[in-house]
Design a protein around this ligand. Structure first.
Ligand code: FNR
Length: 415
């Protein structure tokens, strides 16, 4: 109602309401490299497209005369009442979109009470974001480093920052094949903007500050690694830089890159994480029902059905198509969250009707950030929530609990 009323009063919105126009406006505003990084996906981007097509294949069948005044869109998740079944997905390298990066997003999220999931690849340390959020809800997303000590340190910091859950992302133990970024050779430039959680970490700093092996046997290193190193050294002087002067630079690069992510991670390793935190642990990037079963067997507290917005496996199943299988496997034992392709309120409705407990919003809020900083993020989220509330009411639901599977049918012509 507020959005309509302020529109009548002549207030000009800071961001386009339509998701495609939102993306188009952000494309004009952002640098070529930044837009390519945010919008792009893996390979031919068939999964990016499939994520949207999957939503188109479901139709809502509204019910009438159900008394939908005084609707309730709030939900409870891990003992916390949220204003809506919506979170802001962890997105790294936000500085590529806006100078204020994660802090602007944190302020917008806090203003609306919508939880923000801090990314492991953030442009600002989680402490800075937490300080901007008061007691508004936030979670932490973890990429599992090769260093257990660093994993422990990240988790301990997240707890101290008031994070209420740990999201372990499993679909990105290696970066996907991203032609747009490769063709612009922009990854080194971008990655330097997504290392704030690391460079602000005492364990990580200690590792970097350890004396390097003296120069001698020179390992092969490619140009982009060298560029990443230069970017890193420029942005984070101090012990690391001194080390570079006295030691072997290539060893420093290798040490930095080697801590990033543990490709060898297995189901057995989860116990290490679960034992070290009192917070609920969710697994992000679950698509196969069998993995959902294994997740439950290993005692996790929730799963997030996601294909990382089509950025990892080109040709992967659309996230929405994977949702019903995971929901069936989980069978109500833990919350099933969903992301990848959510662009508007009707999408949230469809995901919930297919069994999701809540959804995460990704790219759209990044476009809002690029266009108008904190205000842009807040407006994008408000628009999505307003559309969700309207869709829910117009479909005949008074509360989120009333959104049920029987309100959806496959679009005609869908196999
Ligand atoms: C992401 N995503 C992501 N996920 C994660 O767990 N850690 C991260 O650091 C990032 N970084 C990131 C950067 C950018 C630019 C994008 C677009 C995405 C994935 C994100 O959490 C979410 O799964 C997707 O954004 C969902 O897809 P849509 O809805 O944005 O298309």
């Amino acid at each position: 109602t507020e959005i309509y009323t302020s529109g009548l009063a002549g207030r000009r919105p800071a961001v386009p309401t339509d998701p495609d126009r939102l993306e188009g406006a952000a494309r004009k505003k952002m640098s070529r490299e930044a837009f390519a990084y945010v919008a792009g996906g893996a390979g031919s981007e068939s999964t990016v497209r499939a994520n949207r097509v999957a939503f188109e294949r479901w139709r809502i069948v509204p019910r009438v005369l159900r008394g939908v005044a005084g609707r309730e869109v709030s939900v409870e998740l891990f003992g916390r009442r949220l204003p809506a079944p919506l979170l802001l997905a962890p997105v790294g390298v936000l500085e590529a979109a806006h100078r204020e990066a994660d802090v602007a997003v944190a302020r917008a999220a806090a203003r609306l009470g919508v939880p923000l999931v801090f990314s492991s690849q953030a442009s600002r340390p989680m402490e800075e974001c937490a300080a901007a959020m008061g007691d508004a809800p936030r979670w932490f997303q973890l990429y599992w480093s090769t260093s257990d000590e660093l994993v422990e340190s990240f988790v301990a910091r997240a707890e101290r920052c008031g994070c209420e859950a740990i999201v372990l992302t499993l679909d990105t133990t290696m970066l996907g094949w991203r032609p747009r970024d490769l063709d612009l050779a922009s990854l080194p430039f971008l990655r330097g903007r997504g290392i704030a959680q690391y460079t602000s970490d005492p364990v990580f700093r200690r590792a970097l500050d350890r004396p390097l092996p003296p120069s001698g046997g020179r390992p092969a290193v490619n140009l982009s690694t060298l560029r990443a190193l230069v970017g890193l050294a420029r942005r984070y002087p101090g012990g690391f830089l001194e080390n570079l002067r006295s030691g072997e630079p290539l060893a420093a690069v290798r040490r930095f890159i080697a801590t990033y992510s543990r490709t060898s991670l297995r189901w057995e390793d989860l116990a290490f994480l679960c034992e070290r935190t009192r917070l609920p642990v969710l697994l992000k990037g679950i698509l196969h029902p069998e993995d959902a079963r294994l997740a439950l067997e290993h005692g996790v507290d929730g799963v997030i059905v996601s294909n990382h917005g089509g950025r990892q496996v080109d040709g992967a199943i659309a996230a929405l198509d994977a949702l019903p299988g995971v929901v069936e496997a989980v069978d109500g034992r833990v919350p099933v969250l969903f992301d990848s392709g959510v662009r508007g309120g009707a999408d949230i409705f469809k995901a919930l009707a297919l069994g999701a407990t809540a959804v995460c919003l990704g790219r759209p809020y990044v476009y809002g950030l690029a266009l108008a900083g904190e205000k842009g993020v807040a407006e994008v989220v408000e628009n999505v929530l307003a559309e969700f509330d309207l869709t829910m009411g117009l479909a005949g639901c008074r509360s989120v609990a009333e959104i049920s599977r029987d309100l959806l049918v496959p679009a005609p012509g869908t196999p």
